[in-house]
Every structure is written in C-alpha cells, then in structure tokens.
Design a protein around this ligand. Structure first.
Ligand code: PMT
Length: 397
C-alpha cells in the first residue's frame, strides 16, 4: 500500500467504552503520516480525556462550538481543513443523529456542515446494533454515501457476545489508509461466492464443510474498497455481510448455482471462493430417517460446477477460482485452473485456511505462481484484489 502523505483527518470521538481505542487509532494514523485534529462530544470526555488526545495529537481538542476565538464558525472551519472526518467510536445515538441530519453539538454540526467524506466506525451493544432503528439508520448512512467501517463480532464490554464491537485500531487505520488509495475497479460489477453449501440428507441432517466464509467476505470487502459494485452469494455462515454489498443467501449448491446464473449476466469479474459440495444426495428424505440396526447407504450425484459453467459462457466475465488442497497444492491447483480454463486461480492449504483468521495464498496464472505470505484474511484479500485489478485490466477488459 502506498505511503499516505499528509492526509488530514478530523477524528471525532463519541461517548462509548471503545473511546479508549481512539487513542491508539490516533497514534497509528499519525504514524502513517496523517495530520489529525481531534473533536470529542461531551459524552466522549466521560470515557477518555481531551488531555490524552491533545497530548497524543499535539493539538487542542475541539469539544464545544462556544469557545471559538476565531471567526465564530467553529462548526464549519475544521471540516474545510480535513480530507475526511472519521467518527470512532460512533455510538448508536450519534449514528441516529447523523442519519437524521441533527446538529445539536459541535461534532454533529461538523458532520452536517462537512464538504469531505465521512467514515464511521460503529461501536455498541449487540442488541443496539441489531435493533431495527439502528439498521435503518445505517442503511440511511450508506445511502448518503457514508463509509461504514465494521462493526466487528466478539465479546463486548457488557459481557455479551455478538456484533457491535468497534474494529480494532490497527484495522481501522488500515481501512482509513485504504480509503485514500486510488480505486482500481470503479463501477465494475463483481460477483463473489463464499462459505460452504449444505446438501440435505433428510429433514435434519446434511453434508457440508467447515468453510466459515471469512475469506470470501474479506474478498467482498476488498472489492468494495476498489470501488466495485459487489454481489455476494453466500452459503450458510455466521458472518454479517460487509455494508454496501448486495447479499444473496443460499443453502445448497443448486441454489448457489441459480443465484449465480441470475447475477452473472452483467458482471465483469466472477470470484468463486465458496467451498461448494461436489455431490448432493440423489433423493433427500423429507422426514428424518429413523435409525436402524443395519447400515445406511446414500446415493450421491454430482452438483453442477458453478465456476466451470461461468468460465465457459460465450462471453465470460474475468474468472478467478480458489482451490483448497490438503497436499500437492501447486500440482492440483494448476490442474484445476487448466480444467476450468481460468486466467487466475488462488490456491491455499485446506488445513491452514478453512475456518481460520489467517491464511497464505498462492496465485497461479499463465506466468507461473506468486505467493502472498501468511497474514490475516483481510490483508490477503486486499492484496488479491489489487492483483485481480491488474490482471483484469491487463486482459484488456
Ligand atoms: O471460508 P473460510 O473458512 O475462510 O475458508 C476459505 C476457503 C478455504 C473455503 C477458500 O479459501 C477456498 O479455498 N475455497 C475453495 C474451496 C475448494 O477447494 O474448492 P474446489 O476445489 O472444490 O473448487 C475449485 C473452485 O471451483 C472454487 O473456486 C469453487 O468455488 C468452485 N466450484 C467448485 C465446485 C462446484 N460445484 N462449483 C464451483 O463453483
């Protein structure tokens, strides 16, 4: 990623426990060469002091519009001197105020009067995040062109577990840096499959695999960052879709195939990250099969190969496949790439990749192989999307 030179960030902090992470975020942004001006709401000052943020940023912190010693335009001037406003953490209340255009304190006024992009990093209890009102407000912010970073899933300050944690400072700093990178694929339509499929045996049992969807969802997020319009066809996973993607939920390979056929028509790039079951049960039972003393024989029939189908369309999109192998990665991956006639195939070792947060990728194309060393899946997805953008343009698309 390019070195960020003197981007100016107005870092807004609102009143949530994640406010303590804003100190580290400030430090990381400054380390990337960014200039940061901090503004805090009254509630934020209950969680972390302006003195801390002043000490770290080397600048007085903006907390009120009533102590301005300049031209009395404290609610306007700071955003004119910023390349972006970043609200981290953004509480449910502050998000609601943004969605409704309220301007009843300095930070909300700065956001309403801004003439630069706005990025928000939500942080709240999981029930607050899932509440229909919050989801409406987030949808409104996205429709208004606001970038929503996160939230993350995990243990919360209240002891509950779920979506709503603010992204870690390191990830936010990466996301903010990526925001300033030139978009490689603006307006391109990218169709991505992710996660496992589930093939029913009977009313309660099925055949599936351990794909978590993490790799495919990270690729979808990275594609969004490149300015693409993303359709994410996902098998059953426990992840929230990255805000801004068009999500299509499916269960079986047949449903995934149908969804891909529906969306592939106008897509420029197709990326098959899903671990699609190669076989399904010929005749799944509608009722639960009763246990008996004898053995149970299932007849399995092959599923359609979605990627191979897309790659062999008369005018195929630029197709990227994945291959998870437990041995002989280079040999098997290259075999798959040639069999499915793909310009690019991404190989990974199944035992290291599936379900994990980290991965290592090997890219196979006509010019040979190229390793993306072990890193978290999101970092790899960003590197992969940069590579795909280059190859896509190189293919004269
Ligand atoms: O979800 P995670 O836990 O993060 O794990 C990520 C992953 C390991 C699942 C992912 O990185 C990965 O490797 N996905 C491909 C899994 C695989 O081995 O696929 P395959 O070899 O069965 O298929 C090769 C390619 O054809 C894949 O792009 C697959 O999506 C596609 N395919 C396969 C079968 C089929 N019926 N239709 C397909 O489209």
């Amino acid at each position: 990623m390019e070195q960020q030179s003197a981007k100016r960030i107005l870092l807004g902090i609102t009143g949530g426990i994640a406010a303590y992470k804003a100190a580290e975020l400030l430090r990381l942004l400054m380390k990337q060469g960014m200039e940061v001006q901090v503004a805090m709401t009254e509630a934020a000052c209950q969680f972390i002091t302006p003195t801390t943020m002043q000490g770290l940023s080397g600048k007085p912190v903006l907390t009120s519009q009533w102590n301005d010693t300049g031209n009395g335009m404290a609610h306007i001037n700071p955003s004119r001197a910023a390349d972006a406003i970043v609200i981290a953490p953004a509480t449910a209340d502050f998000i609601a105020r943004l969605a409704h255009g309220l301007a009843n304190d300095l930070l909300s006024s700065l956001c309403l009067a801004r003439n630069c992009p706005l990025l928000v990093a939500p942080a709240m209890n999981r029930e607050m995040w899932q509440n229909a009102a919050t989801q409406r407000n987030i949808a409104q912010l996205l429709a208004d062109g606001v970038q929503v970073l996160g939230p993350d899933c995990g243990v919360q300050a209240c002891g509950e577990q779920g979506m709503g944690r603010m992204l870690e400072a390191e990830r936010l700093a990466q996301d903010i840096a990526a925001f300033f990178q030139p978009r490689q694929l603006p307006g391109k339509r990218i169709l991505i499959t992710a996660g496992p499929t589930y093939e029913a045996i009977d009313a309660v049992r099925g055949i599936t695999n351990r794909s978590s969807g993490k790799m495919g969802y990270a690729v979808a997020q990275a594609a969004l960052e490149q300015g693409a319009e993303v359709v994410l066809v996902s098998g059953p996973v426990a992840l929230a879709k990255p805000p801004g993607v068009q999500g299509v939920d499916v269960v079986s390979a047949a449903q995934m195939f149908e969804a891909v056929q529906q969306h592939v028509g106008d897509c420029d790039i197709f990326i098959g990250v899903a671990a699609v079951a190669d076989y399904r049960v010929a005749q799944p039972s509608e009722q639960k099969i009763k246990k008996s003393a004898g053995s149970l024989t299932l007849e399995l029939v092959p599923n359609p190969d979605i990627l191979a189908h897309v790659a062999s369309l008369p005018h195929p999109p630029f197709c990227v496949g994945f291959a998870a192998e437990s041995e002989n990665l280079a040999e098997y991956a290259e075999q798959k790439r040639r069999a499915k006639k793909l310009p690019l195939l991404v190989g990974n070792l199944a035992q290291q990749a599936i379900g994990n947060d980290d991965n290592e990728l090997v890219l196979f194309d006509d010019s040979g192989s190229h390793i993306l060393p072990r890193a978290d899946k999101f970092t790899l997805a960003r590197q992969l999307m940069q590579h795909i953008a280059l190859r896509y343009k190189g293919a004269g698309k």
